[in-house]
Design a protein around this ligand. Structure first.
Ligand code: GAL
Length: 673
């Protein structure tokens, strides 16, 4: 199996870009770096099928054999994210159309419409040809379908598929009209033929229409994945199948929903903050992946699997892209990002890409083997990281500990993107990230879970901007509190139903009873506007007129029209407690509030003595635990901890000395926890 026997280490390998002499050097260098898994063929369609139905597998045969002879296993990709020029010329109706009605042309990658029958058929054919040839190759450990599903289209094929999807979701037009509130602005549909994709229009588009288009597109891409998966599975039942998730607000993919369809969740992660935010983004991405992996495993198997595997399929070895600028990762930072993923459950660390190409659009993207060759800092760090991954192999399969859960709901993010929201400054990802960051800085272990997932074992559930709440989602949160759990809800959660229709009677409609508040009015704040809070700190971005309906005020607004009105509240409900934040507190205040909420719920930080900037994550397996300590500061740090450091072999007691930017992974003695 791909994940057995320790951790995977490697990345995207593109031998089709190089002559065979380079392959031999590649494999020698891979062995030096202890690479044990590479993704092959991900953009190789035009080299695998240079003309319709004519396959040239000889080079891939040689590459797979060479890798296998050197004990390097392969995640064999289907190349369907980049159809060759001949395909686009032969099937112009498979080229994607933008919302403005512009048909795109061949010239980059991802230039296809996933609803176009010719594209789907060609994708199935090339995947079947690969399955046929390599299903029994001993080096193939994993199928890697496609690359980063995430493109959209507005062509006629898509329009037809969208109408079919809507008809099966709503049954009849009356139900659709009600869900989309089409009485507003004369949008009432009387014939299915009138319904199209949300193309560019004069002014604000219908929120329900936009939301359903994202849902439809997620399902369409999923169907494209599933048909490839099924034929790969049929050819090689023992080889697991996955696809690499791309994380980003533009991606029309509900990753939680997809998780049940992949054998292992795989994510690509490229932080875009070059300051300390990169580490916080890394932690959130990994926690998301773990939540999806567990969710998928539970839906597939019917029971909870706390250590469900997931894999970091791509990350950048040497660079962080900030607003188009490639910022070189400082020495040690690649390793710390990698260790953070492993700490948070990844079964390995993979990079885009193995070797930097001489040409092509991404010629300046970082690689484990840079343009300057192996005699470089980056490659030496890659070799050291490969050795570290071997030393950490015993942690593979251990569960990550967390007492706090944060909900993540793709549809809430899509709905909050609508330009008709009361503030143009809303971002779902920013709100989840702000809550996650506050917990990260306070040192609490945190899982990110899809709404509806079991909450046993979590002391505190956090719902940041969970804008859409179905009755079932509201009941899920309510039950958690009723049974004695603690809940912290932020502004804009529970405001709308699953169709993005506002719930009436005061906000947050779905959660008023559990929170014991009723919000009368929103007060979105301007970019330079803040509101002081009586207990210290400031509110940003948003404020509300909150009326107490059973809750008590924790702090109130000071000054302005909201002077004296509650800003943060607490409410006993059933056997538990529910907090409400009607504003986005500044980072320090948010951290303090979440610390208070987590501590009063009975949660404790992972490593109470860890100084600021040292990330601590604990994993636990049968009878053993491992404490990951990552020093993201530029100063040496001491952390009270004991155990054997797997990275150095040293026995640590009573404190570990972490060099600036350094890390330790301690196998803790059973008595230490
Ligand atoms: C990923 C993609 C890779 C490469 C990389 C660059 O999103 O899967 O093929 O383009 O980005 O950062």
């Amino acid at each position: 199996m791909w994940g057995d026997g320790g951790l995977r280490y490697g990345g995207d390998y593109n031998p089709e870009q190089w002559p065979a002499e380079v392959w031999r050097e590649d494999v020698a260098l891979m062995r030096r770096a202890r690479v044990n898994l590479v993704t092959v063929g991900v953009f190789a369609w035009s080299r695998l099928e240079p003309a319709p139905g004519r396959y040239t597998f000889d080079w891939l045969d040689r590459v797979l054999d060479l890798l296998h002879d050197n004990d390097i296993r392969v995640a064999l990709a289907t190349p369907t994210a980049s159809p060759p020029p001949w395909f686009s010329l032969a099937h112009p109706d498979s080229l994607p159309v933008t919302a403005d009605g512009v048909r795109l042309h061949h010239g980059s990658r991802d230039t296809y419409c996933a609803a176009a029958p010719a594209y789907r058929a060609a994708a199935r054919r090339v995947a079947a040809a690969l399955a046929d040839r390599y299903a029994h190759h001993p080096g193939v450990a994993l199928w890697h379908v496609h690359n980063e599903y995430g493109t959209t289209c507005h062509c006629a094929h898509t329009g037809r598929a969208f109408r079919r999807w809507l008809a099966s979701r709503y049954g009849d037009l009356d139900t659709l009209n009600a869900a989309w509130a089409t009485s507003f602005w004369s949008q009432h549909y009387t014939d299915w033929a009138q319904v199209d994709t949300p193309r560019a229009t004069q002014y604000l588009a219908n929120p329900g229409h936009l939301l359903d288009f994202r849902r439809f597109w997620s399902d369409t891409l999923l169907a494209a994945y599933v048909e490839q998966r099924d034929l790969l599975r049929a050819a090689a039942p023992a080889v697991p199948v996955t696809t690499n998730y791309v994380l980003g607000d533009w991606v029309p993919v509900d990753h939680a929903r997809w998780a049940a369809e992949v054998d292992v969740v795989a994510i690509d992660h490229y932080p875009d903050a070059s300051d300390g935010g990169a580490e916080e983004q890394t932690a959130l991405a990994a926690d998301l992946a773990r939540g999806w992996a567990r969710h998928g495993a539970r839906r597939r198997t019917g029971h909870a699997e706390r250590a469900a595997p997931w894999l970091l399929m791509e990350s950048a070895p040497g660079q962080i892209h900030t607003a188009g600028r490639m910022h070189a990762k400082e020495p040690g930072r690649m390793a710390r990002h990698s260790l953070s993923h492993v700490a948070r459950g990844s079964r390995g660390v993979m990079f885009f890409q193995w070797r930097a190409p001489a040409g092509g659009a991404e010629r300046f993207h970082s690689a484990l083997v840079p343009h300057a060759g192996p005699d470089t800092r980056v490659f030496r760090e890659a070799v050291a990281l490969g050795a570290a991954m071997e030393r950490l192999s015993e942690v593979a399969g251990a569960a990550v500990e967390a007492e706090v859960a944060i909900a993540w709901d793709a549809a809430s993010g899509w709905a909050l993107d609508h330009p008709g929201m009361p503030s143009p400054r809303l971002s779902y990802r920013d709100e989840v990230h702000a809550a996650h960051r506050a917990l990260w800085r306070a040192g609490f272990g945190c899982d990110v879970v899809p709404p509806g997932d079991p909450l046993d074992g979590y002391r505190l559930l956090v719902l940041p901007a969970l804008y859409l709440a179905s009755d079932a989602t509201a009941e899920w949160a309510r039950r958690h509190v009723h049974r004695g759990g603690h809940l912290l809800v932020t502004w804009l959660s529970g405001v709308a139903d699953e169709h993005a229709r506002v719930r009436l009677g005061g906000h947050p409609g779905a959660l008023r009873d559990v929170l014991g508040v009723r919000v009368e009015e929103f007060h979105p704040l301007a970019e330079d506007e803040t509101l002081p809070l009586r207990a210290g700190g400031t509110g940003h971005l948003w404020a509300e007129t909150v009326r107490l309906a059973g809750a008590t005020a924790v702090t109130s607004y000071a000054g302005g029209v909201l002077d004296g009105l509650p800003a943060v509240t607490r409410h006993r409900f059933g056997a538990g407690t529910a907090w409400y934040l009607s504003t986005r507190p500044d980072d320090a205040t948010y951290r303090r509030l979440l610390t208070d909420a987590a501590r009063s719920a009975g949660a404790a930080p992972v490593c109470p003595g860890a100084p600021a900037g040292v990330e601590a994550v604990r994993r636990r397996g049968a009878g053993t635990s491992w404490l990951f300590l990552l020093n993201h500061t530029d100063r040496p740090q001491r952390v009270p901890a004991a155990g054997v450091d797997l990275l150095t072999g040293a026995t640590i007691d009573p404190e570990v000395h972490l060099p600036a930017g350094g890390a330790a992974v301690l196998r803790e003695a059973a008595a230490d926890h």
